[in-house]
Design a protein around this ligand. Structure first.
Ligand SMILES: Cc1cc2nc3c(=O)[nH]c(=O)nc-3n(C[C@H](O)[C@H](O)[C@H](O)COP(=O)(O)OP(=O)(O)OC[C@H]3O[C@@H](n4cnc5c(N)ncnc54)[C@H](O)[C@@H]3O)c2cc1C
Length: 499
């Protein structure tokens, strides 16, 4: 009898211990994520622009009050008329003109103070030609509007960013890249551009005709003219299966090469952000075509509130970073299953962006030759620790050499290290990010690399010129093609005009 009751007691205790072991981590995760959700808000989007209103760019560090706002809308002929009239209007003659698309750049690239602001964000049109398989879009069209049209024709975008919030005009003007494997930046997919120059004339530029203009509009940061229309290559839609492996970070370059050999068409690595494994381990994901017909509906990728809380919950929380890493490492993150290429491309960035007032997400990106990645990451780790940076995410993509633009960041095949930090939206936060950015730029330069221009303009003018040896020639071409410097931006003035 006594033995029986002792056994029952032991069993109850064992059950209690087991329940505690299972429940405690769940309760801790629930408590952590609940707290994050409570202090979070909706992703903060930019306010609409109106005459006299303040225009900001991504994050809101830079602001400008334009004297006049010109809102482009389709059809193209009407937009041409409106723009031409604005450029020749005597009341605004001599004022600088800047252009904005989705305004996801974050260093004044779309802004001028007291000038004319051309708002292309509603200038949307998409025309697919099944005979040529080319797509022609108005300059303000977002990828989110291009992808569904191509999907309906069994086609997809050849090269774009990893999210679809951006306009085609803005993407070409920074010469964006994505995680399409074995491809250069988006400029390599452009067959023709229609551009309005500062004198109101409309010019068609292709890699062969008006080639100088073409090379400068691609990656030209809106400084050479307004992109009215762009014609882009498309590729067949396809179904892909994803495969994820855990690798040492210094093996990532080898994984990209192997993925290319195996026929993968998308690939990226996500680095560990935890204290123990910081930038030492990576989840490497590649997408290979299954060969199945690309049938099925277009599925917009929408992560839910739980994924958002897991992502945002990493800020200043070693536990939060462990939680995300554990979930992605052992439960697959976004990998697994098969997806259409168009569905992979149809994802907004909104789900993971900052929602807290007074706080800001700051992106940085550096490009290094594959052979230098391991040593670069070693330097990045030391810098992050020394400067106590609040890093939420780092991914690596492969970008093939850019033979198109006059100001290339990929002068050879490179690996792009995309970094996502969180900070306060004030002078102190910006100072911290500046110090971080300058250290990371020095590290990239030391490894034969460079940094990406659409983000905060924190690099010194000397770092800019070392990163972009063709910058002074780019400015000389700008002065030749736009002698009155009509197209301007806060960013351009900082590096090319101000003493
Ligand atoms: C969350 C997030 C994720 C990102 N991911 C990636 C990524 O995966 N890969 C990548 O390469 N980049 C990425 N970026 C950077 C992004 O590609 C650039 O900021 C890009 O410019 C965004 O497009 P946009 O429409 O917002 O351009 P805007 O910021 O509006 O404009 C950018 C530049 O283009 C010019 N411009 C805009 N429209 C026109 C036009 N019609 N004619 C002439 N000039 C024009 C502007 O004057 C400005 O100089 C990311 C940025 C964010 C915030």
């Amino acid at each position: 009898m006594a033995t029986k009751s002792r056994r029952a007691r032991i069993l109850r205790a064992a059950l209690l211990v087991a329940a505690t072991l299972v429940l405690a981590p769940l309760l801790r995760a629930g408590w952590h994520l609940g707290r994050v959700a409570q202090s979070d808000g909706e992703s903060l989007s930019r306010a609409p622009v109106s005459d006299g209103a303040v225009v900001t760019d991504f994050g809101g560090h830079d602001q400008a009050t334009p004297a006049r706002v010109v809102r482009l809308r389709p059809p193209v002929d009407a937009a041409i008329e409106l723009l031409r009239q604005a450029l020749s209007d005597p009341t605004t003659a001599g004022l600088p003109v800047s252009v904005g698309g989705a305004r996801h750049s974050s260093g004044g690239q779309t802004l001028t103070r007291g000038g004319v602001f051309v708002d292309a964000s509603a200038f949307t049109c998409v025309r697919y030609d099944p005979r040529t398989t080319l797509v022609t879009v108005c300059g303000g069209t977002r990828w989110a509007d291009v992808v569904p049209v191509l999907h309906a024709h069994g086609r997809s975008v050849a090269v774009m960013q990893s999210n679809d919030d951006f306009t085609v005009g803005g993407s070409l003007s920074v010469n964006a890249h994505g995680w399409q494997l074995g491809r250069g930046p988006v400029g390599s997919t452009v067959t023709a551009l229609r551009v309005m120059l500062a004198d109101g004339s409309v010019v068609t530029a292709t890699p062969d005709d008006n080639a100088l203009l073409f090379r400068h509009v691609i990656g030209g940061y809106g400084l050479f003219g307004v992109v009215l229309e762009a014609t882009l290559e498309t590729v067949p839609n396809a179904r892909y299966r994803s495969h994820t492996v855990v690798v040492d970070a210094d093996q990532v370059a080898r994984e990209f090469a192997a993925a290319r050999r195996s026929g993968a068409e998308f690939a990226y690595a996500r680095l560990a952000m935890t204290d123990d494994e910081l930038l030492r381990t990576a989840l490497f994901t590649r997408f290979e075509p299954t060969g199945d017909a690309p049938s099925g509906p277009l599925e917009e990728s929408r992560a839910g509130p739980l994924a958002r809380a897991v992502f945002r919950g990493q800020s200043r929380s070693p536990y939060g970073r462990e939680l995300r890493w554990t979930l992605e490492r052992y439960f697959g993150g976004e990998a697994g299953g098969t997806r259409l290429r168009t569905s992979i491309q149809h994802e907004s960035a909104e789900w993971f962006l900052n929602g807290r007032v007074g706080r800001v997400d700051v992106l940085h990106e550096y490009f290094v030759p594959p052979s230098r990645l391991g040593r670069f990451l070693g330097d990045v780790r030391s810098i992050l620790r020394a400067q106590d940076a609040d890093a939420l995410n780092m991914t690596i993509r492969s970008v093939s050499a850019d033979a198109t633009s006059a100001l290339p960041y990929a002068r050879e095949d490179v690996l792009a290290v995309v970094m996502f930090f969180h900070d306060s939206l004030d002078a102190d936060g910006d100072q911290r990010q500046q110090a971080l950015s300058r250290s990371l730029t020095d590290a990239a330069l030391a490894h034969g690399g460079t940094y990406y221009l659409p983000y905060r303009p924190h690099a010194t003018p000397e770092q800019l010129r070392r990163s972009y040896p063709s910058f002074d020639a780019f400015v000389a071409a700008k002065r030749a093609l736009d002698p009155t410097l009509r197209f301007r931006s806060v960013w351009f003035d900082r590096y090319a005009v101000e003493p």
